[in-house]
Design a protein around this ligand. Structure first.
Ligand SMILES: [Zn+2]
Length: 287
């Protein structure tokens, strides 16, 4: 047994862990055959982190054969429906799992228009919430596991057993929203979340990441309010170039960006020379 453990440890030290980023949902809120936003971090074939839980993501989670028991945290980049609506299904499925350990649900703080993450969970599962029959999940003693909310309103780093998260508030119109950087054993991923990158907040967080997961919800010719919410391809390209990112994955694809992939690629490749690809549901990128 000792020899086996020693061999496994040596292999891990020599080659590092197998780190994979899976897209559970590559779409936005529209009906387009894609699940809405959701991502899964795998380390050595165990699911460790979910970022966002848009519609359809719970089914994709099931299809991925991930286990609720191995997760260390959940991040909701913001509380729009296409990023959060499957959370109750996930919590209910968790009730029937073997999980007993509490699970952190991290998300933005409130503003005039949106609840904080803790209020959001209270509105769902609290004693006056819509799913109050599940109110035990917010309490320490219960039949399954407790979910613990964290509201993020400034740059915050949280260390977990398998990874470190760094989150910053980003501009997404009137919506409190976060970008999330994940650091795992020398590898790093930045998820932009929905933002137009006003104030250039992403460049610093993106510095040197292996994978920049960029929400690509508008084409270059977009105008009006959509540009308050989302980045154009040139903005994504500039961040990727200035931050020297290794690879870009374009996701949160919407009807207005579907069908113009070649134009988008041409625009990005004028500025950024690294690898760029378009996300699909269930696509995995190994780091
Ligand atoms: Zn969205």
């Amino acid at each position: 047994m000792k020899i086996v453990l020693f061999a496994l440890l040596s292999i891990t030290l020599l080659f590092g862990a197998k780190i994979e980023f899976e897209v559970l949902g590559s779409g936005g809120p529209e009906i387009d055959g894609r699940a809405s936003t959701s991502y899964l971090l795998w380390i050595d074939n165990e699911a460790k982190l979910i970022v966002d839980m848009g519609s359809g993501s719970m089914l994709r989670f099931e299809e991925s054969h991930a286990k609720i028991e191995t997760l260390e945290a959940v991040v909701l980049t913001h509380l729009h429906i296409d990023h959060s609506v499957d959370l109750p299904s996930f919590v209910k499925a968790g009730y029937f799992s073997q999980r007993t350990k509490s699970l952190d649900i991290i998300g933005p703080d409130d503003n005039w228009y949106f609840p904080s993450t803790s209020e959001f969970l209270e509105n769902l599962f609290g004693s006056d919430g819509a799913y109050r029959y599940m109110k035990d999940v917010l309490e320490e003693k219960n039949d399954s596991f407790q979910i613990i909310p964290f509201n993020i309103d400034e740059k915050t780093t949280r260390k977990y057993k398998s990874f470190t998260l760094t989150m910053i508030p980003v501009h997404h119109g009137i919506v409190p929203a976060l970008a999330v950087r994940i650091d795992v054993q020398g590898k790093s991923i930045l998820i932009s979340g929905d933002t137009n990158n006003k104030n250039h907040s992403l460049e610093k967080l993106a510095k040197g990441v292996d994978l920049f997961v960029a929400h690509h919800a508008i084409p270059e010719y977009a105008q009006g309010y959509a540009t308050e919410l989302h980045m154009k391809p040139t903005e994504i390209a500039k961040i990727a170039k200035n931050a020297h990112v290794e690879e870009v994955l374009l996701t949160h694809r919407m009807k207005r960006t579907l069908g113009v992939e070649q134009e988008t690629m041409n625009i990005i490749s004028k500025v950024y020379k690294g690898k760029v690809s378009f996300a699909e549901d269930k696509m995995k990128v190994e780091l």
